[in-house]
Structures are given as C-alpha cells and as structure tokens.
Design a protein around this ligand. Sequence first.
Ligand code: GAR
Length: 212
Amino acid sequence: MKSLIILISGRGSNMQALLEANLDVDNITVISNNPSATGLAIAKRFGVQTVVIDHRTYPDRITFDTALAAEIDRCEADLIALAGFMRILTDGFVNHFQGRLINIHPSLLPAFPGLGTHARALHEGVKIHGCTVHFVTPQVDHGPIIIQAAIPVLFDDTEETLAARILQQEHLIYAQAVRWFMADKLKCSHNHVSIDDMTICEPILYSPGLQH
Ligand code: GAR
C-alpha cells in the first residue's frame, strides 16, 4: 500500500498533474490550509479524499503544524508532496517528515528562493530559468535537488509567459519525481540525490528542448 499526500493552498495545477499522472499509489489525500483553494474542487472531481485544515483557526504556526502532522500520520503517508502549499513549515514539522517531504519551486534553485521568482529572473536578465523538485529541509526553498527543468528566457518574455512555460515543465518533473520516489529509486546522501534509473543518462536535468 503506497500512500501520497498532496498539500495545496490554491489553484492546484501541480496537484492535478499528479492526479493525472497514473502514479503507482493506492491512496491519495489532498490537504489544503485554505478552504477556498480552487484545487479542492478539482481533487473532488478526481474522486480523491480532501481535508481542510484552516491555518486561521489555529493560534500559531506550531499548533497548526502539529494538527497537520497528526492528519498526515493518520493517513500513514509514504510521501508528502507540497504543491503550491504557501505556508512556512516549522523545523519540527520538516524534521518529522524528513526524507519523505518534497516541494516544487518555480526557479532553478538555489537561485531565486521565495516569492516572485519569474519577475526576479526577468529583472536579473537570466538566459535560463526553470523549476526544481527537492527534498524539504528547514531552510525555505532549499534541500537536496531531485530534478530540474530548464527553459530559455525569450527576449519578449513577460512574467506571465515565462510562468506559463515553466508551469508546463513543473507538471512534468513533479510527476517524474513522485514516480521515482514511489519506485524507491531516489537515494539521498548529504545534499546529493542519486537516481537509480537506467533509462535516463542525465538524471537531474529534465531538458524539454526549445519549446515556445
Ligand atoms: C507553482 O508554480 C509552484 O511551483 C509554486 O506555486 C505555484 C502553485 O501553482 N510554489 C512555490 O512557489 C513554493 N515556494 P499550482 O497551485 O497551480 O500548483
């Protein structure tokens, strides 16, 4: 029995990509900290169990994280995938799930952690931008990198066009990372993730080609 928990706060397009990916899992639960997250309706359409744990009803970060951790433990999750979960997690939470907590971030980490990644990439004039799936450590948007996708930044890109092309790649690499994890193909030593998959020759960079 493999169990996946997907944590969302809003739109849920990465969650949807995981739900559409035909993953080899027996149980998926979607948890949102935001009762208005549009991703909740999408999850229900897929017939997936949804849970809302509204952070605004908890007095502080620690009590919210404790309730969230209890729900995840109750589901006996093998893997917890943060998919646009816009909450800073306490060290206690992160350490409790170390090695089975992953995140997707819209930049080529360690560049541009935090918010506004596409605007900052355009402002800096980078020529390559992308997205990263990584194991979560207490430092926000850091941690051992599992897979990245890189795309060229085009001369006429806006924040919106760049975000849209990167989101397509996010959907591909997140499903790939979860597949590897569930197939027990990821080995993490110190800050390095190796992938035991003979079908790929360049495991940590997913390069989709020059898609416009
Ligand atoms: C995605 O772009 C994801 O990478 C980003 O939020 C968006 C959520 O979209 N996550 C972060 O910035 C985390 N630091 P989605 O709800 O449609 O998946």
